[in-house]
Design a protein around this ligand. Structure first.
Ligand SMILES: C[S@@+](CC[C@H](N)C(=O)[O-])C[C@H]1O[C@@H](n2cnc3c(N)ncnc32)[C@H](O)[C@@H]1O
Length: 283
C-alpha cells in the first residue's frame, strides 16, 4: 500500500533487525519538553479536587490543540503518582494522527482502517492512562469511546473525561470510563464485546503483561460476532519486546501503518501497528 506500510514478514523482520540498547529509559521519554516540541501544548496548574495526596507539585493540566477542530483537549497529569498518570510518547503520536486524519483523510495512514467503521464508531481503548488518545478519538471521529485502565487510575481518567465534556458535546463524541485489568475475565465480560475498533498507546512494556494483554486483545478482537482491528502506537525500548510481537503474530496479521522519526537523543521513533485477526482465527 503506502511506502511505509509493510507486510507481515517485513514487519517481523523490522522487529528483529532493530538493535536497541537495553538501557533506553522510558522515564526519560516522559518529559514534557519532548512532547511539546511535537505539538502545541499549553500547561497550567490546577486544583486537586479528587482526594489524591495534597500539593502535588507535578500536577499539570495540559491543553492539546486539535487543529482539525479548532479546539483543545485538556489532560491532567499527576506525574508523581506513577506511569499511569503520565502522558507517554506514543499517545502524542496517535493524537496527532487522529487530528490529521480528520482534516487530511486522503493521505492519512489511518484511513484504510477508519474508513470501514460505522459513522459513530464504538471504540475501546486499553490502558488509557490519562485518556488523551481515547478522548481525542471521540472528538475527532464523533465516536463512543470506552476508556479503560486499572481501578486506581480511573479517578484521574474520569477527571479528564469530565474536563472535556464540552468539546465532546460540540463534536458529537462521548467517553465512558471503565475498569479493565488485562486478562481479568470479570472486567472483560462487564465491558462486553460490542466494539468496532480497539486502540492502545504504549501498552507493551513489562514482559509479565504481554500475555494478559494478548489474552485481552483476543477476547475483544476475535471473541465476538465480528473481528475487530487493534491500532497500537508503540515506542520500542527493549529487545525483549520482540516476544510480544512474535506471540501476537500467531493470532494477528501485524502491519506497520506509520512510523515517526526518532525524537532527539533516541534511535527509534513511535511506530503505529495495525493488528487484524488472521482469517484462520476469525470466528
Ligand atoms: C505506559 S502507560 C501508557 C498510558 C497511555 N496509554 C499513554 O500512552 O499515555 C501504560 C498503561 O497501561 C496500564 N496498565 C498497566 N498494567 C495494566 C493491566 N494489567 N491491565 C490494564 N491496564 C494496565 C497502566 O495503568 C497505564 O495507564
Amino acid at each position: 500500500m503506502m511506502g511505509i506500510q509493510e507486510g507481515e514478514d517485513e514487519a517481523e523482520d523490522e522487529e528483529e533487525d532493530i538493535d536497541i540498547d537495553i538501557d533506553i529509559n522510558p522515564l526519560t521519554m516522559l518529559l514534557p519538553d519532548v512532547q511539546q516540541q511535537q505539538q502545541q501544548v499549553v500547561v497550567e496548574e490546577v486544583e486537586d479536587d479528587i482526594k489524591l495526596p495534597a500539593l502535588d507539585h507535578q500536577q499539570l493540566l495540559q491543553h492539546h490543540y486539535l487543529h482539525s477542530l479548532h479546539s483543545t483537549v485538556a489532560i491532567r497529569q499527576l506525574r508523581s503518582q506513577g506511569l499511569s498518570f503520565q502522558l507517554w510518547p506514543a499517545a502524542t503520536t496517535l493524537f496527532t494522527l487522529l487530528d490529521r486524519h480528520r482534516s487530511h483523510s486522503l493521505t492519512s495512514p489511518l484511513t484504510p482502517t477508519l474508513s470501514s467503521l460505522p459513522a459513530r464508531p464504538r471504540i475501546l481503548e486499553l490502558g488509557s492512562g490519562t485518556g488523551l488518545v481515547g478522548i481525542s478519538a471521540a472528538a475527532t471521529l464523533g465516536a463512543y469511546v470506552t476508556l479503560t485502565d486499572l481501578p486506581h487510575v480511573l479517578p484521574n481518567l474520569q477527571f479528564n473525561a469530565d474536563a472535556n465534556s464540552q468539546v465532546l458535546a460540540e463534536h458529537g463524541g462521548s467517553v465512558h470510563v471503565a475498569a479493565l485489568g488485562w486478562g481479568e475475565l470479570d472486567h472483560m465480560e462487564a465491558i462486553g464485546r460490542d466494539y468496532d475498533l480497539i486502540l492502545g498507546s504504549d501498552v507493551v512494556y513489562h514482559d509479565h503483561l504481554y500475555d494478559p494483554l494478548l489474552e485481552t486483545l483476543r477476547f475483544f478482537s476475535v471473541g465476538g460476532e465480528k473481528s475487530v482491528v487493534f491500532l497500537m502506537a508503540h515506542l520500542r525500548r527493549w529487545k525483549k519486546e520482540s516476544a510480544f510481537f512474535k506471540r501476537a503474530k500467531k493470532v494477528f496479521d501485524v502491519e506497520v501503518i506509520h512510523a515517526d522519526g526518532p525524537s532527539d537523543g533516541l534511535r527509534v521513533g513511535v511506530v503505529v501497528y495495525r493488528f487484524a485477526a488472521k482469517p484462520s482465527i476469525r470466528i
